[in-house]
Design a protein around this ligand. Structure first.
Ligand code: HEM
Ligand SMILES: [Cu+2]
Length: 522
């Protein structure tokens, strides 16, 4: 009954296998991570010194825009979708995703979207240069002609995300093995179920806002143009109603990843499983009612400022529950510090720093000082780099032996960790200071007052970039010449994925396993 993969390129083009599709998502994301990283290094090279040395201001703006778009939609989101494809069926005892043909389509439209978006760099007028938040009228009245291609690309990415999310919901709700009740699912599956609902809810909002832009540019409407009766502030409301939940789309699956890794290397069950589920759901709910904290300085009524300020601060409560539970899981555990655990512990510590600067920003009157400065850049990089990127890295080290059947080199992986850890902090911690000293974000040149902190940030960024080249080398080396991995790779690991051989066979669970109580929670 079970048959192997097709041969040649056809295997990858026509595949409906969740493992193949998961691998393609992960490799695509890795490629985009490097592309977005190159853009970031162009930015940091220009900002190494005050004055203009390397790029024109307009090109600099294209770099900040493309960096953000590629990292969010090309690196972080596809990486989590890749992890979902690989792990969710294996964690719930399903043979594959529920909608395998759609799965193929969700992946394959992505390279086209990003090829189109990258090609705008070579178009007349250049690539989008209005920031990843593409505020109108910068992105409409004053935009380069390539904005139409950008809009098309965003539509395709959105379609991909919605299809992926529907597939994940359908899989989790319909294909669990007998005995796997919702409250026995591993937390990674739970966080992805909730994330999928966020995606289904907000991707149409993103599609809507870019469609309104398209109408304003080409069809004579004026949604965002005051001269025709529209309002640019409307753009910001619609954008952030998508945009804030979007930042949680990039962090909830990360919560799931570290909730799998920390118990393994602490050799204790996750503390407070059900409170983790409820905290995740509360964060997801709250993420819908705080969007205007990105707009404190836009001129909202005082009552609005207060509502959004208090609602935003509430998110710290369920987030605190999660951090408490991770720390308590480690407390008195028999911990060991393999690479996945190192990245996960760094996640907990550094993500908490990002959460605190978020709380500072949520104080509306204080935000008037921080808004649009490097303090905001420091905040969101502390949540996104140790949050999303470190958790993805941890997940790769944790599951690579299961995927490839080979063990990675622990010494090299630890070297990667320390380089990345140092690089990230050297890059982003000084941004708190340049931001508090008033340095605005998205500027190609700056007052020499901020020169020292910028020089340090740029050095850190190149260090971080070098660390990721090492990561690529480690992954390739593992696949090519790693030692054979055992089935239950980690002594403390639980859950169905560790009951199948390493590498995981092309088809798993053609007969569903029966879940006993002691297998609960992964
Ligand atoms: C306790 C949790 C958090 C709070 C209270 C918080 C609060 C805030 C506030 C008030 C701003 C607006 C600052 C300004 O523009 O002046 C902001 C910006 C931002 N936050 Fe957070 N945040 C939290 C967690 C997160 C997480 C988990 C992520 C992503 C994984 C994230 C990503 C971002 C991004 C990307 C921006 C900047 C958007 C832009 O203007 O380009 N935040 N945050
Ligand atoms: Cu927000």
């Amino acid at each position: 009954m079970a048959h192997g993969p097709a041969k040649g390129i056809g295997r990858w083009l026509y595949t409906t296998n969740h493992k193949d599709i998961g691998s393609m998502y992960l490799w695509f994301s890795f490629a985009m991570f490097f592309l977005g990283g190159v853009f970031a290094l162009v930015i940091r090279a220009e900002l190494f010194q005050p004055g203009l040395q390397i790029v024109e201001p307009n090109f600099f703006n294209q770099m900040t825009t493309m960096h953000g778009l590629v990292m969010v939609f090309g690196a972080v989101m596809p990486a989590f979708v890749g992890l979902a494809n690989w792990m969710i069926p294996m964690m719930i005892g399903a043979p594959d995703m529920a909608l395998p043909r759609m799965n193929n389509w969700s992946f394959w439209i992505l390279p086209f979207a990003f090829a189109m978006m990258a090609s705008t760099l070579f178009m007349e007028g250049g690539a989008p240069n209005f920031g990843w938040t593409f505020y109108a009228p910068l992105s409409t009245t004053y935009a380069p002609p390539s904005v139409t291609f950008f809009i098309f690309a965003v539509h395709i990415m959105g379609a991909s995300s919605i299809m992926g999310a529907i597939n994940i919901v359908a899989t989790i709700l319909n294909m669990r093995a007998p005995g796997m009740t919702l409250m026995k699912m591993p937390l990674f599956v739970w966080t992805w179920l909730i994330t999928a609902y966020l995606l289904i809810a907000v991707m149409p909002v993103l599609a809507g806002v870019v469609t309104m832009m398209l109408m304003d540019i080409h069809f004579g409407t004026s949604f965002f143009d005051a001269a025709g009766g529209g309002d640019p502030v409307l753009f910001q409301h619609v954008f952030w109603f998508f945009g804030h939940p979007e930042v949680y789309i990039m962090i909830l699956p990360a919560f799931g990843v570290v909730s799998a890794i920390i118990p393994t290397f602490a050799r204790k069950p996750l503390f407070g499983y059900s409170s983790m589920v409820y905290a995740t759901a509360s964060i997801a709910f709250l993420s819908f009612i705080v969007w205007a904290h990105h707009m404190f300085t836009v001129g909202m009524p005082l009552f609005g400022e207060l509502v959004f300020m208090y609602a935003t601060m509430l998110i710290a409560v369920p987030t605190g529950v999660k951090v408490f539970n991770w720390v308590t899981t480690m407390f008195k555990g028999s911990m060991t510090f393999e690479a996945p655990m190192m990245f996960s512990i760094a996640f907990v510590i550094l993500f908490t720093i990002g959460g605190f600067s978020g709380l500072m920003l949520s104080i509306a009157p204080a935000d008037f000082q921080y808004h649009d400065t490097y303090f905001v850049v420091a905040h969101f990089h502390y949540v996104l780099v140790p949050g999303a990127i470190f958790s993805i890295t941890a997940a790769v080290y944790y599951w690579l032996p299961k995927w490839s059947g080979k063990m990675y080199d622990e010494t090299l992986a630890k070297t990667h960790f320390w380089l990345a850890f140092a690089g990230l902090n050297i890059t982003f911690f000084p941004m708190h200071f340049s931001g508090l000293a008033g340095m605005p974000r998205r500027i190609p040149d700056y007052n020499p007052l901020w020169a020292d902190w910028n020089m340090i940030s740029s050095v850190g960024a190149f260090l971080f970039g070098a660390a990721q080249v090492l990561f690529l080398y480690i992954v390739i080396r593992t696949i090519v010449s790693g030692k054979q991995a055992t089935d239950r790779v980690w002594e403390g690991s639980h859950g169905l994925e560790w009951t199948v051989p390493s590498p995981a066979p092309y088809h798993t669970f053609s007969t569903p396993p029966v879940i006993k109580d002691e297998d609960a929670h992964g």
